[in-house]
Write a protein that binds this ligand. Structure first.
Ligand code: PMP
Length: 449
């Protein structure tokens, strides 16, 4: 006991000279370790930093803590489940939680998306969906349908399939081993749509480019089109009115599956359970993760349309229908946490609350349009982006604002190049929206123009 108390008294929470072993993901490790930014606890809308500051979370962690931090109900569900059944494989064996969870989840999806395959992350959900698409066509006697169409600026995780269909050069450039047979649509942002509130009115016709790609590759060779309904990590881009509808029309005409990657748009982020509900466009496969467990435990899911599931179930009785899965697919603790998360969303009406706050959020963000450094502002639901005019070095201004917000304004925002991406927990209130906007205003105002 005395040794422990000695260590606790004499050693800082994290000795700064011992940060080398953890190779941090998606982080400039050398820069970070010269001035570490360390979050040590979190409650509600706030993190606490190691130097004791309360930091307003403008990012819901990483688009995932939709119900806010430190939820007792979630902690209890994890603890209770760990005591009752810590692990049981879902390979050839069953345990109740993932069955209960799948039943609950399909109450929220658009009609037809009635089957759930569990994964551990967004990246795994994407790989799973791509594989299901190819296997589905093969089962239907269309074995040549193996190509994918992604889209510029798309982010679909970091596994090989995901970076191949993804449209971000930075994620691909160091890895010259992408999956073959992938092409990309152009992104959906068009000049003239700056400062649009919600969905841009123009741009639906950009979806027609898919017809040209089909003419080039032939529908006989294309398995699926994958897009994020609202682009997140690529810089936050809202689909033009009619665009997703048009993609749906064309894919349906050519027996090409449509995959919506809803890893960030799932679970109320844009005021409905999924973007598919909000835009009233039903994909064939829908990938998600993050808000599924409020970020508390890794878990992802792929929703499959009945027609896809049925194709697999029509095979010989004793065979494994889909030769795919993960040790932790449908993990009991993750499933219990997801069930507790869904309870919170439902009892607190958080999806509806996000929708109700959308106007305040939109007006708050767009009030920054008077700042000279601001090039564009985009928003839908409780997602937002403030794009800055680039300086001499692209990304530098975004980073400056991110750092200023963190150190000076006690606010966490995300810098994606020169775009500040915002996605607060859905429990945010109007006063906190105002606070977030003011923090951005102060930080952006420091940019020399
Ligand atoms: N797809 C989208 C749209 C995402 O935003 C992300 C993560 N930001 C992923 C996939 C990958 O999810 P994960 O990091 O959980 O693998």
């Amino acid at each position: 006991l005395s040794i422990i108390s000695l260590i606790q008294n004499e050693t800082p929470i994290m000795p700064w000279n011992e940060l080398d072993a953890f190779w941090m993901p998606f982080t400039s490790n050398r820069e970070f370790k010269s001035a570490p930014r360390m979050l040590t606890s979190a409650q509600g809308m706030h993190f606490t930093s190691d130097d004791g500051r309360k930091i307003l979370d403008g990012t819901a962690g990483l688009w995932c803590v939709n119900a806010g931090h430190g939820r007792e109900e979630i902690a209890k569900a994890a603890y209770d489940q760990l005591k009752e059944l810590d692990f049981a494989s879902a390979f050839q064996m069953g345990h109740p939680r993932p069955f209960q969870l799948a039943e609950r989840l399909i109450q929220h999806t658009p009609e037809g998306l009635d089957h759930v395959f569990f994964t551990n992350s967004g990246s795994e959900s994407v790989e799973t969906a791509l594989k299901i698409a190819v296997a589905y066509h093969r089962l239907n006697g269309n074995g040549s349908k193996t190509k994918f169409i992604g889209r510029e600026k798309g982010y679909h995780g970091t596994n090989l399939g995901g970076i191949s269909v993804g449209g971000l050069g930075s994620n691909r450039k160091d890895f010259n081993c992408l999956i073959p047979g992938v092409d990309h649509l152009q992104h959906t942002w068009i000049k003239g749509s700056e400062f649009t509130k919600g969905q841009p009115a123009k741009g639906a016709e950009l979806a027609d480019e898919l017809e040209s790609l089909i003419a080039l590759h032939s529908a006989d060779n294309i398995a699926a089109v994958i897009v994020e309904p609202v682009v997140g990590a690529g810089g936050v881009f809202i689909p033009p009115q009619g665009y997703l509808e048009r993609l749906r029309e064309i894919t349906r005409q050519h027996d090409i599956l449509l995959i919506f990657d809803e890893v960030i748009t799932g679970f109320g982020r844009i005021g409905k359970p999924f973007a598919a509900n909000r835009f009233q466009v039903t994909p064939d496969l829908l990938t998600t993760a993050k808000g599924l467990t409020n970020g508390a435990i890794p878990m992802g899911a792929v929703f499959a349309h009945n027609k896809i599931h049925q194709a697999f179930m029509n095979g010989p009785e004793s065979s494994i229908e889909l030769f795919h899965g993960y040790t932790y697919s449908g993990h009991p603790v993750a499933s219990a946490v997801a069930l507790a998360t869904l309870d919170i969303y439902q009892h607190e009406g958080l999806f509806e609350q996000a929708l109700a706050l959308e106007h305040c959020w939109q007006e708050g963000l767009h009030s920054l349009s008077d700042l000279k450094a601001v090039k564009d502002i985009r928003n839908i639901g409780l997602i937002g982006a403030v794009e800055l005019h680039p300086g001499d070095q692209p990304g530098q201004r975004g980073k400056q604002v991110f750092l200023d917000c963190y150190w000076q304004q006690n606010t966490l925002v995300r810098g994606i190049g020169d775009t500040l991406a915002l996605s607060p927990p859905l429990i945010i209130n109007e006063q906190q929206i105002h606070q977030l906007v003011e923090a951005l205003r102060t930080a952006i105002s420091k940019i020399p123009t």
